[in-house]
Design a protein around this ligand. Structure first.
Ligand code: PEP
Ligand code: MN
Length: 334
């Protein structure tokens, strides 16, 4: 159930209604949605309380049923798209934000070179992993804090935002110091301790879809972050495991319209991990832009074949530049 409160209520009036609901065994999470405060009933025995009873409260404008398991992430709770604004850059406003950079930050020089090239081509966000979730413990694990430091200076020098993955709840504040957006990788989509911690910090989070996660599991993971107080969430489709082995993953582009129907959070597409093959990055980027993706995350390397990680899906900065132009043109037509 979602309770929409009347406009211009004082903070104490909101507290009063939350307390009243508590006495009825209903736990409500309040949040500003446009000009109103909306209350999502997240716990309690709804059957025992009638809509009429709640609608009669003087503070209440409207009561809406919300049958989905996810509440704060639902369109019932917030019908308008969430627009995340970071240093003047908007995500979710109808544009297609371009996030680009290497799979792994390999050296100071490498990240600076790539940052300059992708910025020139029209990227707004620099990506790069410093804590890498590698299949083997013997593979390169990332440069850690030094990598984040290189990335921050490279991003600042080129007027880019920075995004990087956090794998461990103990590193959340460290990664948060260096980046503008924190990435939760596919392998950690259901690391609930990590999600809860990310819910408590004032940093936008990009939540990648788990390797075998359903839309519902993915949205419930977003709900963990939102229920702890952080509503700056974007969801990233990065392909799922299927029986097909020709591609690394199966990029599920239906996720874009489905999620746009179910949630107000922006939806990003990662055609690099989604296919694992560089030849497929451009066509899948165009497809994602055409169906309204709010952004693309693409792995770019100045020497793609020499990438320390994910070489097969890395594209050259020149290819990236072509993709940006065409995505912009598709967005105009859309
Ligand atoms: C990445 O973006 O660097 C990454 C490891 O992606 P995923 O979690 O989607 O595998
Ligand atoms: Mn990668």
């Amino acid at each position: 159930m979602i309770i929409i409160l009347k406009k211009n209520l004082s903070a104490s009036a909101v507290d009063t209604i939350v307390e009243k609901l508590k006495s009825m065994q209903l736990e409500a999470v309040p949040q500003w949605v446009d000009e109103h405060i909306h209350l999502a009933i997240v716990r309690g025995e709804m059957e025992q309380v009638s809509f009429h009873e709640l609608a009669k409260f003087p503070e209440v404008e409207k009561v809406l049923p919300c049958t989905s398991q996810f509440k704060l992430s639902s369109k019932t709770f917030k019908p308008t798209p969430t627009v995340i604004e970071i240093k003047g850059q908007k995500i979710g406003d109808g544009s297609c934000i371009m996030m680009a950079g290497p799979c792994s930050i390999e050296s100071e020089q490498q990240i600076h070179e790539i940052a300059a090239l992708v910025a020139k081509s029209g990227a707004q966000v620099l990506r790069g992993g410093a804590f890498k979730p590698r299949t083997s413990p013997y593979q390169f694990q990332g440069l850690g804090e030094a990598g984040l430091r290189y990335m921050r200076t490279a991003a600042d020098a080129n007027d880019l935002l920075a995004i990087s993955e956090v794998m461990d709840v103990r590193d959340v504040s460290l990664v948060g110091e260096y980046v503008d957006i924190i990435q939760v990788g596919a392998r950690n989509m259901q690391n609930f301790s990590l999600l809860k911690e990310l819910g408590t910090i004032p940093k936008p989070v990009m939540l990648k879809r788990g390797l075998c996660a359903t839309y519902m599991e993915w949205l419930m993971a977003a709900e963990y972050i939102a229920s702890c107080g952080n509503n700056n969430i974007m969801l990233c489709e990065r392909g799922i495991r299927t029986f097909e082995t020709y591609t690394r993953n199966t990029l599920d582009l239906a996720a874009v319209p489905v999620l746009k129907d179910l949630t107000h959070f922006p939806v990003i597409v990662d055609p690099s991990h989604g296919t694992g093959l560089r030849a497929l990055v451009a066509p899948m980027s165009y497809a994602a832009a055409a169906i309204g993706a709010d952004g693309l995350m693409i792995e770019v390397h100045t020497n793609p074949d020499q990438s320390i990680s994910d070489a097969k899906q890395a594209i050259h900065p020149k290819t990236f530049a072509k993709i940006v132009k065409k995505v912009q043109a598709i967005k105009v037509i859309e």
